[in-house]
Design a protein around this ligand. Sequence first.
Ligand SMILES: Cc1cc2nc3c(=O)[nH]c(=O)nc-3n(C[C@H](O)[C@H](O)[C@H](O)COP(=O)(O)OP(=O)(O)OC[C@H]3O[C@@H](n4cnc5c(N)ncnc54)[C@H](O)[C@@H]3O)c2cc1C
Length: 332
Amino acid sequence: METKIYDSIIIGAGPAGLGAALYTSRDRLSTLIIEKFFPGGQINNTDRIENYPGYETISGPGLIEKMVNQVNSFGAEMKMGSEVTSLKRLDDGTIEITCDEDVYLGKSVILSPGSSYRKLGVPGEDEFRNAGAGVSYCGTCDAPFFRDRKVVSVGGGNTAVEEALHLAKFASHVTIIHRRQEFRATPVLTEELMEKVNAADSNISLQLDSVVTAIEGEGKVQSVHVKNVQTGAEEDITCDGAFIFIGMVPNTHFLDGFVELTETGFIKCDHSYLRTAVPGVFAAGDCRDGAAMQLATAVADGVVAAMMLKQYLRDPEWWHKPAEDALTPGQW
Ligand SMILES: Cc1cc2nc3c(=O)[nH]c(=O)nc-3n(C[C@H](O)[C@H](O)[C@H](O)COP(=O)(O)OP(=O)(O)OC[C@H]3O[C@@H](n4cnc5c(N)ncnc54)[C@H](O)[C@@H]3O)c2cc1C
């Protein structure tokens, strides 16, 4: 029997993949979504979303259930519990996708395998995070839940400093714990931070040259244990929440050698149309270079990739046009 060639194969059924599948399947393109676990991705791990337009509040699994029903209603096929291990572009331009034992063929592919937050790997971290009891990796998502509470913010890069400044708008006090004396964030951000730290009414303090060695509490976060890496001195910092901003790890190891990746493993693509270096292969969501790492932007990426994919299927030469010359949907 001949292997079916899908118009579009989507790798990863997180918000980006489901957003893409809604558009491709509703446009009557044959669509297969391949997911190594079950639908939803990272957003399954939160029971309260307050920044997805149209829902004042909704749980991650609740929103995903609606997205999956919507995608199913337009006929997208879903292959759950299958991990994609490699991809190859064949001579005729078809993309061959290998899972554990199966091989699928697609005229186009959207890569949406997402990312994972880098963890500290200390006692208490997983326990409190899994229980939704005070460990978070996203200030933009969770800062409002810590209004007038004390929090610690771990990390010294751009995201860490931006997120700490954001947290300070809500929390009664933010202690920034950073393992070095100097911040890695850009000078502009670091200056903004230091201005806030040195202000008379500041609610931000710094705990430099320090690392978190444990997150502790009875049923919820109540303190973090820190160690000074210079002096070896140890102490507990009382807090209601521990925000950890030490980077993201993209789930792109299986793509190494197929598409171009940045030094940190994010998929390189053109930021207008999300085209990778491989014709017919798009990147969407948290896996791509320059992603805003939000639910709404992941869904939006999926939609952009799905719209552009139609243009590629219609005219494969479109792929090679520079972004400024490539027609946008309004011009088709
Ligand atoms: C606890 C938590 C709370 C959050 N809260 C918010 C919030 O309130 N608001 C907000 O805007 N954002 C929030 N975020 C961020 C948001 O969840 C992400 O930005 C969004 O999920 C990214 O979507 P994505 O589809 O790009 O990737 P992901 O959600 O990471 O989904 C990727 C999917 O691809 C699958 N996959 C990976 N590799 C393979 C492979 N080789 N083969 C097959 N499948 C594969 C994964 O299993 C996963 O299901 C939160 C994140 C977390 C962790």
